[in-house]
Each structure stands twice: as structure tokens, then as C-alpha cells.
Design a protein around this ligand. Structure first.
Ligand code: GAR
Length: 208
């Protein structure tokens, strides 16, 4: 079995989707073994506790800078014997110390179709505000490997979602979560845990 560590900062609906998928036997050879939060009041921690999953709080403000926080995170993940690290609404920047310790073993869900509306400053509702300001008719979600480049790692899965007239950032966020994120994130975890993702020439190739 592969140990899955999930990094969270907020409500944790993507974590919940992973927990529910595991209960249905849909995470393949993977098991969520710990949830690490950058915030002590993240509701995601309650979701983990309600399901008997170990929780760890690593508060960003307890560390002087990104480097010392990243070092602590890398050490924690190693101590937890993580085989896969999933960023599920994790809103804190980590540096190369973590990527180097877990090369192509960390995946992130982003609420847009990368390379649109991604990179520094594009997180949470800001992503949907930008999509609506541009007037795109399709947005969606992307699951990708985490590398040093923010939102720039190899893309594993994407799913498009319609933007509707009258959408607000909140209604678009909800539709993208329901129709895309909560589906492709657990599926990408299953693919990883069943060794169905390969890196070839810097791109992720999925064999289903
Ligand atoms: C999700 O929409 C996730 O894609 C996004 O934050 C939300 C977290 O919700 N992540 C990012 O914007 C990261 N760049 P959740 O805590 O309910 O899963």
C-alpha cells in the first residue's frame, strides 16, 4: 500500500472527496495516512478526525521564512513515510527542498484549465474572478505534479466545466468543484497509486 499525505489549509472538500473515494475502494493501492494543515482552524482537520485520520498542524507563522517552513514540511513528510503527497487546497508556498525530497510524488489540484489562470496569486476564488473577468465560456480543473515552478508541473488530468451567464466566483467555484475537482483528484490519486503515470520527456503520460 502507498501512504498518502494530504496537505490542506481550508474547508477540505477535496480531502472529503478523497476520503469518500477511499471508502468506496476507489483509491487503488493508496491509503490516506495523515493530513497536514497550515492552519490550526482549518475545517479539513475536523474531516480528518471524523474519519480517524492522523492530523498534524504546521503553521506557517511559526516559521521565519519559506525555507525553514519547507524544511520542516519535508522532514514531517519523510517521518510520515509519505509515498504520495496531495495538495488539496493547500495555500502555502513551499520551496525546492520539498520538491527535491519528493520528485514526481506530489500532486496538486488547481481550479482552472492550466495554463490559464494559474501561477502566483491565482488561488481559491481569485482564479474564478479572473476567469469571469476574461469572459471565458469554459473553465475547469487540472491535477498536475508539483515542481519548483508554481502550477507548472506536468499535467496529469483535466476536466472542462461550462461557465454560465450570471455566474459569480462562488457559483463557478462550486460547479467546478462538483463537476471536476472532486472527480479528477481521487482518480489521479488512484492512477498514481496503481503506477499508471509515467514521466516521459517532461510530460505525464497516463495509461488506463
Ligand atoms: C479548491 O477549489 C482548490 O482547487 C483550490 O482551493 C480550493 C480548496 O477547497 N486550490 C487552489 O486554488 C490552489 N492553487 P477545499 O479546501 O474545499 O478542498
Amino acid at each position: 500500500m502507498k501512504n498518502i499525505a494530504v496537505l490542506v489549509s481550508g474547508g477540505g472538500t477535496n480531502l472529503q472527496a478523497l476520503i469518500d473515494a477511499e471508502k468506496r475502494g476507489e483509491t487503488g493501492n493508496g491509503k490516506i495516512t495523515c493530513v497536514i494543515s497550515s492552519k490550526e482552524d482549518a475545517y479539513a482537520l475536523e474531516r480528518a478526525k471524523n474519519n480517524g485520520i492522523k492530523t498534524i498542524v504546521l503553521k506557517r507563522k511559526d516559521y521565519l521564512d519559506v525555507a525553514s517552513y519547507s524544511k520542516a514540511m519535508a522532514e514531517t513528510l519523510k517521518a510520515e513515510n509519505a509515498d504520495l503527497v496531495v495538495y488539496a487546497g493547500f495555500m502555502t508556498i513551499l520551496d525546492e527542498q520539498v520538491c527535491n525530497a519528493f520528485p514526481y510524488k506530489m500532486i496538486n489540484v488547481h481550479p482552472a484549465l492550466i495554463p490559464s489562470f494559474c501561477g502566483k496569486g491565482f488561488y481559491g476564488l481569485h482564479v474564478h474572478e479572473a476567469a469571469l473577468a476574461k469572459g471565458v465560456k469554459l473553465s475547469g480543473a487540472t491535477v498536475h505534479f508539483v515542481t519548483e515552478e508554481c502550477d507548472g508541473g506536468p499535467i496529469i488530468l483535466q476536466k472542462a466545466v461550462e461557465v454560465k451567464n450570471g455566474d459569480t466566483p462562488e457559483t463557478l467555484q462550486k460547479r467546478i468543484m462538483e463537476e471536476a475537482e472532486w472527480k479528477i483528484l481521487p482518480y489521479a490519486v488512484k492512477l498514481f497509486c496503481d503506477d499508471k503515470i509515467e514521466i516521459r520527456n517532461g510530460l505525464a503520460v497516463v495509461s488506463e
